[in-house]
Design a protein around this ligand. Structure first.
Ligand SMILES: [Zn+2]
Length: 142
């Protein structure tokens, strides 16, 4: 696939993807809030600063950008940028390792981990993803 971004544009796009309070995360937050769920945000005391922390459900939620976190079997997650390919490959691989480490630490602390991928929040998949999220939370509460 052709790289549609110039290098400057790409680094701008990446900085947006990396930032907190990303659009997919806001979508999940709004949905949960509208359905009466309450949560904490970016808890620095927990490994990996989970995006959402829901003690009542013993659950932490990560809303992951597919490119940044190297989503497997996903078009965006496995895309390789045209420029600085090796650099990106290493960067993403490091991110994946870090994700794995923080997940292991959280599991050791007794948390349930819920990862929601950006591609699962695309209009066609959104409803299913979000209703599954509620099911999982209720299951985790028991
Ligand atoms: Zn994905």
């Amino acid at each position: 696939m052709a790289d549609i971004f110039s290098e400057e544009k790409r680094s701008y796009v990446m900085s947006q993807i990396k930032s907190k309070d990303t659009k997919p995360e806001m979508m999940v937050r709004k949905f949960l809030h509208a359905n009466g769920f309450r949560y904490g945000l970016h808890n620095k005391k927990l490994p990996g600063k989970p995006d959402l922390v829901m003690r009542k459900y013993a659950s932490v939620i990560f809303v992951n950008g597919c490119f940044w976190h190297g989503h497997k079997h996903c078009k965006t997650g496995t895309r390789s940028p045209k420029t600085r390919q090796e650099w990106w490959k290493e960067k993403i691989s490091k991110n994946r390792k870090r994700d794995l480490k923080k997940i292991t630490e959280l599991l050791d602390l007794g948390w349930n981990i819920i990862t929601i991928w950006e591609c699962e929040l695309k209009p066609k998949k959104r409803d299913k993803t979000l209703s599954n999220l509620i099911k999982t939370l209720k299951k985790n509460q028991q």
